[in-house]
Design a protein around this ligand. Structure first.
Ligand code: HEM
Length: 400
């Protein structure tokens, strides 16, 4: 099969918007990804996305950020600060895990750290399954481990969460409670729209597992890279980095610059359902595989001046998001963009309380505010089991 790689910013943006390019990156990761939102196409995708989009309405995360996100971030960090050290990968997952479980609709009846850690282990395993295409381990072994994890996840978290929601839906039917008493999460939305969406128990299970890993892995990864980039910037240009500590909008721009330079998904992949000619002249023959090289497009020198330089204060064209293509685009554009990345602060956002910073910026702010810095005795490690740009460990210390 012919493979066409697109690495220019404009080509990638146009390709994301083409309805005749179908998702194909997760073909190898079917054990956890089959029939998930991210792999659906056409009207199946539209139907599912419409139902799930309702949970991600603009304004929801503005409220979340005001109501409890800062507390979640602070409370998760506190025991690590007290102990004097942390691993950013672990800290990132711990912080985001409970939020992602809440979005997915997975109850945590005890609220214990053990429960969060169990979800963390599941999310890591599901993420390994989703990115099977990049694994350097034996794919069959990984597939069997992911299947086992799905079974355990089903018993431990999913079935009790389904039972609680079915009982609530029965109460709603009987007029004993109102819409407002229902949890606002993916699981509830799927149970309520079961017939319209034409799903079954296995699809439901994979969709919840997919959300758990899609939301947590990318956010934890972005957090670790954001801290790494910030530390390097602070060493190079302490004054500019100190100014970012005083202005949340600049800190948010730091996170966007990190997302541009280290997109959690460095490539997207599609299959051409028909022959397509892009505006720039590239012809994509029917049946070919198209690699959208997001990491390369995010360093396109025609859009980003000095593209390899981490420069949160850079000027960019008005129609280009600071994060480039890190959140994808078109029909599969990341549904969690506002939760993870917030809303870019414009000139009108002069009221700091009205800004939506997003979880990654909140996490970075809390880390730096607690005096977090790289552990001088333990260097960060890259993930040896993935060809992706991931840290497997990033030790930091707090205090004197
Ligand atoms: C920094 C954090 C994140 C990054 C960099 C990121 C990146 C992406 C990208 C690149 C895609 C599109 C992939 C493609 O087109 O093949 C995507 C899709 C998606 N993301 Fe995110 N994501 C992040 C956080 C989240 C969060 C917090 C959630 C949910 C809680 C989430 C849920 C999803 C879902 C459900 C899709 C599929 C959308 C669809 O197919 O319609 N993501 N994400």
């Amino acid at each position: 099969m012919q493979t066409i790689t697109l690495d220019g910013f404009a080509d990638v943006r146009e390709a994301f918007r083409q309805h005749d390019l179908q998702q194909s990156l997760y073909d190898a990761g079917g054990v956890v990804m089959a029939d998930c939102l991210l792999v659906l196409h056409g009207s199946d995708h539209r139907k599912r996305r419409r139902v799930e989009n309702r949970l991600f309405r603009r304004g929801t995360f503005r409220y979340w950020e005001k109501a409890f996100l800062r507390d979640v971030v602070r409370d998760t960090l506190a025991p690590f600060v007290e102990r004097g050290y942390a691993d950013l990968q672990e800290l990132g997952y711990r912080t985001i895990m409970n939020l992602t479980a809440m979005v997915a609709g997975l109850d945590q009846p005890t609220g214990s750290i053990e429960e969060t850690d169990a979800l963390y282990r599941f999310a890591k395993k599901f993420s390994e399954g989703a990115t099977l295409v990049h694994t350097t381990r034996d794919p069959e072994v990984v597939r069997a481990e992911v299947q086992q994890a799905l079974d355990d996840f089903d018993t431990t978290f999913l079935q009790p969460s389904i039972a609680r929601r079915r009982a609530l839906l029965a109460q709603l039917e009987a007029g004993e409670i109102t819409e407002d008493d229902l949890p606002r999460d993916v699981l509830t939305a799927l149970l309520r729209n079961w017939d319209e969406l034409d799903i079954d128990d296995d699809i439901l299970r994979r969709e919840c597992a997919f959300y758990l890993q899609a939301g947590s892995h990318s956010t934890a990864d972005a957090f670790t890279h954001a801290a790494d980039d910030y530390f390097a910037w602070a060493a190079r240009d302490p004054e500019a980095a100190a100014a970012a500590r005083r202005d949340p909008a600049i800190l948010q721009a730091c996170v966007y610059e990190t997302l541009r330079l280290h997109p959690a998904s460095p490539v997207a992949q599609r299959r051409a359902l028909t022959t397509i000619t892009l505006k720039g002249g590239t012809e994509i023959p029917e049946g070919s595989s198209v690699v959208l090289d997001l990491a390369a497009a995010n360093r396109d020198p025609s859009v980003f001046d000095r593209p390899d330089v981490f420069d949160p204060l850079r000027e960019i064209p008005a129609e280009v998001p600071r994060w480039g293509h890190a959140f994808g685009g078109g029909m599969h554009a990341c549904i969690g963009t506002e939760l993870a990345g917030g809303v870019p602060s414009g000139p009108s956002a002069d009221d700091a309380h009205d800004q939506v910073l997003g979880t990654v910026t909140l996490m970075l702010d809390a880390l730096l505010g607690a005096g977090g810095r790289p552990d001088p005795d333990k260097a960060p490690q890259r993930d040896p089991h993935s060809a992706r740009d991931h840290f497997s460990s990033y030790p930091v210390v707090f205090g004197g």
